[in-house]
Design a protein around this ligand. Structure first.
Ligand code: URA
Length: 252
């Protein structure tokens, strides 16, 4: 079962509460129910603004001033979390691909607007750090090739396969490794490989192409049988157990 880490928040990722919004729309956007359910909650006096009960659905409010049933609203300024993805979960919204990473989060978050999305994807069998946010600008920023944010992976190759060859290090660093047959596609950007065992390695990538790690190793004749993402920029798993998450503070 997924739980939220108890690490103490420092700053919130993005403060959107300065913008005023209709009270009923705010509660609907934060996933607190249908318009009818929210109207009922207002009529029952369960909603307060600045500590004073409020029944007017059209009142313009700031999210941080609102309480429902005496509780402040959940992530009123938007969500940006670090999830420790366990193996077996798909980075997808398609229920046919269940179980999904979103199944590890509070169900109310799936009723929020804007919708939550992952920053890039990890394969179903890959474990480790994935960022999930409702901030589309942040997703664009973090996935922009201009940012070239380092992503650190831990790799194990097939125990029945060959031992890792030191010559992979300059090849991965060269910026000339191609992982596609198409001549038109650019080779991989220089990547930093550290061989840590006969069939284990660390790899730092500065881009994120489809199945990139597995395809880089496959292009050199190796099969990746275990893949884990340890960090993205300065964001790390910091002791988060698989299946748990925490708010991502500051920038990566
Ligand atoms: N590269 C891969 O091959 N798979 C992942 O999940 C992430 C990076």
């Amino acid at each position: 079962m997924s739980t939220q880490s108890s690490r103490t928040p420092t700053t919130t990722w993005a403060c959107r509460s300065a913008f005023s919004i209709r009270l009923d729309r705010l509660l609907a956007n934060l996933g607190y129910g249908s318009r009818a359910e929210i109207r009922a909650a207002l009529a029952e006096g369960r909603v307060s603004v600045g500590g004073v009960p409020e029944k007017n659905a059209a009142r313009k409010v700031c999210a941080r001033d609102v309480m429902l049933d005496g509780q402040t609203l959940d992530h009123p300024d938007g969500i940006c979390i670090i999830l420790h993805k366990p193996a077996g979960y798909a980075c997808s919204h398609d229920p046919r691909e269940a179980p999904l990473i979103y199944d590890l989060l509070p169900p109310r978050w799936m009723r929020r607007s804007p919708k939550l999305s992952s920053v890039g994807r990890l394969d179903r069998d890959t474990t480790g750090l994935i960022i999930i946010t409702d901030n589309t600008e942040l997703i664009h920023d973090l996935t922009s090739p201009k940012r070239a944010i380092p992503k650190v992976y831990i790799i194990e190759t097939d125990p029945a396969g060959a031992e890792l060859d030191e010559r992979l290090i300059p090849l991965f660093a060269s910026g000339s490794l191609r992982i596609t047959e198409k001549d038109t596609e650019e080779p991989c950007l220089p990547a930093e490989l550290t061989i840590t065992g006969k069939r284990s390695a660390h790899l730092v990538l500065y881009e994120g192409r489809y199945h990139q790690v597995k395809r880089m190793f496959a292009a050199c004749g190796y099969h990746v049988c275990a893949l884990h993402r340890e960090s993205l920029g300065s964001w790390t798993l910091e002791g988060l157990e698989p299946g748990t998450y925490t708010d991502a503070h500051n920038t990566p």
